[in-house]
Design a protein around this ligand. Sequence first.
Ligand code: ZN
Ligand code: ZN
Ligand code: ZN
Length: 382
Amino acid sequence: MASSIPWSASLALAPIPQRPEQIGTGEMLEAAPATQVPSLSILWLSAVPAPSFRPSFAQLLVGEKARPDAVVVGGVRDRELLSTWLSKAAAAVVPMIDTSEGTVTGADLSLPLVSAEGFELALAALRPVIERVRTLPATYFQSTDPGLWLLARLATREMALEPQRDVGAKATVRYAQTSMLPNLLASAERLYRSEHLERHFFDRLNLCPSCSSARLLVREECRSCRSSDVVEEPIIHHLRCAYQGPERDFRDGRHLTCPKCRNRLEHFSVDYDKPGILTVCNSCGHTSGEPAVGFVCLDCASKGDANLLRPQIIYSYALTELGRQAVFNAFAESDGETESQRLRRTVRQFVAEHRALAIPCAILVVELHPARVGGELGGGDD
Ligand SMILES: [Zn+2]
Ligand SMILES: [Zn+2]
Ligand SMILES: [Zn+2]
């Protein structure tokens, strides 16, 4: 894929109007505090060559390898290259422009970059997200927790995790973030249980027991031969002889004749009534009071009774205050901490919270052998 060798560019943007003190220096962002430097580093991953044009005030630097403020991709294959350039934590939050106009799910913007002005406007539109990504502490970018990546993505976009209908997907719903975050739903459920996310009912799906597809035909079927060629017919009750049967047994051209006593039925509620409905199979002639409900899976062709389907409830998920704090406060607190410092702080916090509420608590220290791990936890300088 010689045509898609990625390179990065650094663009020094003009000052944002409301913050005129931020005048570009042309330096890479990482080299100076974010509050003073307006330059943006852009990773160009698109197989389409980077444009020669640029915003008039911008300096274009080629070949830099640094954590970018934004990334430009030209298709799904380009997006997949992202993981070779960035940590998974960084790839989960980096703002993305898709120049293929909508083929890359999870991109923040989809538009062709055809002029310096368009490029400038695209970066200006991404600016709020870029600013929020900049506020993530450095430790975030080493995180290996997909749950943390999900929280940070939602926090930096100020958005919820919303399912969307998609008949092209086996599940018939998808989350735009699925392509950016592994095990998305497992992470979301874990974060819901830990109260970092709240969830809201979206829909209830029924899934194929063989392949988990929700693309199913669900229909009434004959209880005897499972044909779907069934019709509902009224039951006719002949009042004089008390015979009951489906209407087709009484049909005699344009008239109704009782198949038992051969008398003609003329007047509803005088000669006969209709006490109910029967299901009649056109395939085998079987009649029953209620049809069976069956399914056919459109993906794997499995068939069966509908009570074999696996229900699944689909939710949307939104950050709670705890989730927001976890991204912007707790991360910041742990900035620069070693693992043992972080553990000590967590234990102190746990004890302080329980002491404040006068709730008894206990801490279990586990030592692993032969390497002695966790001793510091029990050290107890509290
Ligand atoms: Zn009769
Ligand atoms: Zn049948
Ligand atoms: Zn199936």
